[in-house]
Design a binder for this molecule. Sequence first.
Ligand code: FES
Ligand code: FES
Length: 155
Amino acid sequence: MISQTWHIIVNDRPARVTGDADDPLVFALRNELGLVATRLGCGLEQCGACRVQIDGELAWSCTTTLGDVKGRQVTTLEGLADDPLMTALREAFARRNAAQCGYCTSGVLMAAHTLLVGRRGWTRGELADALEGQLCRCGAQHRMLAAILAADADG
Ligand code: FES
Ligand code: FES
C-alpha cells in the first residue's frame, strides 16, 4: 500500500489527511486532525468507543477506512458541540453522573444522538437493546440510559 493524501469532509469542513486506503479513520481523526473525542477501544466493532456519524449514520471509525469516507460527511462529537440535541444529552449525562472514567462516553453520546435524531419517545428497553453494542467497563449503563431517556423526554 502506498501512503497518499486524502481530502475528506469532517465536521462540515474540508480536511486533508495522509495514509493508506485501508488505514482506520479513527487514526486520522485523532492523530492528524486532533479530534480526540473519538476513542479507540477494541478495533473490532465490539465496544463502540470509536463511534462517529458518516452521512448521518452511526459508524465504527475503527473499521471504516480512509478509502471508505472519500466524498462522505464525517461527524465527530466535536462537530456537534453546538447541536441542541447533543447539548441536551451532554447536560443530562452531567446531571446524572453518567460518565465515570469517560472512555466510552463519546461513543455512547454519538450513538444516542443518532437514535434520537431518528425518532423520539424511546422506552428504556428499546434504548437498552439499541445501545447493546456500546460497552461500558465502569458499569454506568443504568445512569446513561436514564440520562438519554431524560434528554429524549425533554426534547
Ligand atoms: S474501537 Fe471501534 S468498536 Fe471498539
Ligand atoms: S464510563 Fe468508564 S467505560 Fe464507560
